[in-house]
Design a protein around this ligand. Structure first.
Ligand code: ASP
Length: 344
């Protein structure tokens, strides 16, 4: 280790990656992250200094929630000045949600925060964990002209670093578990680490990190399907205390034009509840007004999620509701890319 080597904080939240096989019982168990360097001697070969921090009780990411997101944000805030980069080990199931949320919670982020995990535990012979972990640390350590190369929240899996809030988990078995259909990879790992510089966020280094912990979780996500009934919609839309609604719509943002549905939606909007239109398609964008079936939505003031993922839309909705913006500003801000999560 050299004095000026980048300092990386590895934060373990749980998930498959941090498990090893107990040779006596044959079952998978969490391993003690303090012993990480002992278990993965390759980490000693990296040109960086690694410190670790583990959740007291590591979790399967299916149990993730905004309180844990806040816990991660606080760990980063408390260690921001001391470390040059952060690598977060997280279960793959909800990694895109957590990473999207962190992208909004960490305003003016100027250091790499890279999420990674694996499909097989680090102790498995065929594991994808080692490559994912080692390359994530290398990406977090990259510097140019005294600044970190990656200055945003990324998600690294199977040779690709993506902008985290553009990703979706697309496969429960393949090592290539994530995709980012509306934005290119920001770096690729091959013989060289190939950074797509023109695709990176370029935050201003002089702005101080602001950590937002106030997220509003009283939101409703409704995936539309042909045949959804008036009874179901009425039930959803009349839920007491709902602060925001995301509609997962068809194609470029289309919905049934049946009067009962349009009236029910109009009532939600009259109550001052923001309604976001996000497409169910994995790729492409909402374009309200393109078809007759979305004209009414546009007229009503439904907010366009453009090409945002559902994961990022949930995070952005919780974040903006937490900021208590007025109605006009809310719509304006939601339709603007705040962290590179959508096209302009
Ligand atoms: N169920 C696990 C989790 O998300 C799967 C994984 O780690 O990939 O925590």
């Amino acid at each position: 280790m050299v004095k000026d080597d980048p300092k990386i904080l590895l934060i373990y939240t749980g998930g498959t990656i941090g498990m090893i096989k107990d040779f006596k019982t044959g079952s998978l168990r969490n391993f003690n992250f303090k012993d990480l360097l002992k278990h993965i001697p390759e980490l000693h070969l990296l040109d960086c200094e690694i410190a670790t921090h583990s959740f007291v009780t590591p979790i399967d990411s299916s149990n993730m929630n905004p309180d844990y997101w806040a816990e991660i944000a606080i760990i980063i805030k408390d260690n921001y000045a001391r470390y040059d980069g952060f690598v977060i080990l997280h279960g793959s199931d909800t990694m895109s949600y957590t990473a999207s949320a962190l992208s909004f919670m960490l305003e003016n982020l100027c250091k790499p925060v890279i999420f990674t995990g694996s499909q097989l535990p680090i102790g498995d012979l065929r594991t994808d964990a080692k490559e994912n972990l080692i390359t994530s640390i290398q990406l977090a350590s990259m510097r140019q002209d005294g600044l970190p190369v990656i200055r945003e929240v990324g998600l690294y899996f199977e040779y690709k670093l993506y902008r985290a809030n553009r990703t979706t988990k697309i496969n429960a078995e393949h090592f290539e578990a994530f995709a980012s259909l509306n934005y290119p990879a920001i770096a690729e790992s091959g013989v060289h680490l190939d950074v797509n510089h023109s695709a990176l966020l370029q935050p201003k280094a002089e702005n101080e990190l602001i950590v937002h912990l106030e997220l509003e979780d009283a939101i409703l996500l409704v995936k539309m399907y042909p045949g959804i009934t008036k009874k179901i919609i009425t039930h959803y839309f009349s839920l007491e205390g709902t602060k925001g609604v995301i509609l997962e719509t068809f194609g470029s943002g289309n919905l049934t034009t049946e009067k009962w549905f349009i009236d029910a939606l109009q009532d939600v909007i009259h109550k001052g509840i923001p309604v976001i239109n996000v497409t169910q398609c994995s790729g492409g964008s909402v374009s309200m007004g393109h078809y007759e079936t979305s004209i009414a939505l546009k007229k009503m003031g439904v907010i366009s999620g453009k090409d945002i993922t559902t994961e990022a839309a949930i995070a952005k909705l919780m974040y903006l509701l937490g900021r208590n913006e007025d109605k006009e500003n809310f719509k304006k801000l939601f339709e603007l890319p705040l962290r590179g999560e959508m096209g302009a």
